[in-house]
Design a protein around this ligand. Structure first.
Ligand SMILES: [Zn+2]
Ligand SMILES: [Zn+2]
Length: 167
């Protein structure tokens, strides 16, 4: 059996990055299909989002958007992220800390998450064995999978070490 290897963006081992260029083209196509106009504020929000780190919250995104255009409000950012999520270009995550987080969603660069309940650190991992198993389960149920989220909640190695040091 292959061992499960956790990759974090900070460990030096990079996961396959989403294809931002293709996702942007997908988004344009979606907006054209739905007859949605690309307003100036919407463009600023989308540009800023594509330039940010993964798992960004609305509040953080709003702060970065306002650095570019101070007139943009929370509701506009919220609605734009809803639109991006509906288009399938962005995936919405609720990791149990009360914040909604967003990241680019690329089927070819899919990853899952380990969430530390102590410090909130989010570690990404990729495991073909899990993907394969999920497909098998879906097939058994005659189920067509469009997306899935696999989240593990617990305590990260750093927080475990800190807890040990306190003892
Ligand atoms: Zn932690
Ligand atoms: Zn992620």
């Amino acid at each position: 059996m292959k061992s499960v290897e956790a990759h974090s963006p900070h460990s030096g081992k990079k996961l396959k990055a989403p294809d931002a260029e293709r996702l942007r083209a997908d988004l344009e196509a979606y907006m054209t299909r739905r007859g949605l106009r690309s307003t100036e504020q919407r463009r600023v929000i989308i540009d800023t989002f594509f330039g940010t780190a993964e798992h960004i919250t609305i509040d953080t995104l709003l702060r970065e958007v306002r650095a570019v255009d101070a007139r943009v409000g929370y509701a506009t950012v919220y609605r734009t992220m809803k639109l991006l999520t509906e288009s399938g270009v962005v995936q919405e995550h609720k990791f149990g800390d009360g914040f909604t987080r967003y990241e680019l969603s690329d089927d070819d660069a899919h990853h899952d998450h380990l969430i530390c309940m102590e410090c909130g650190k989010i570690t990404e991992f990729e495991e073909p064995a899990i993907e394969e198993l999920q497909q098998k389960i879906a097939k058994r149920h005659g189920f067509q999978v469009r997306a899935h989220k696999h989240e593990m909640y617990g305590v990260c190695a750093d927080c475990q070490a800190k807890a040990r040091a306190r003892r």
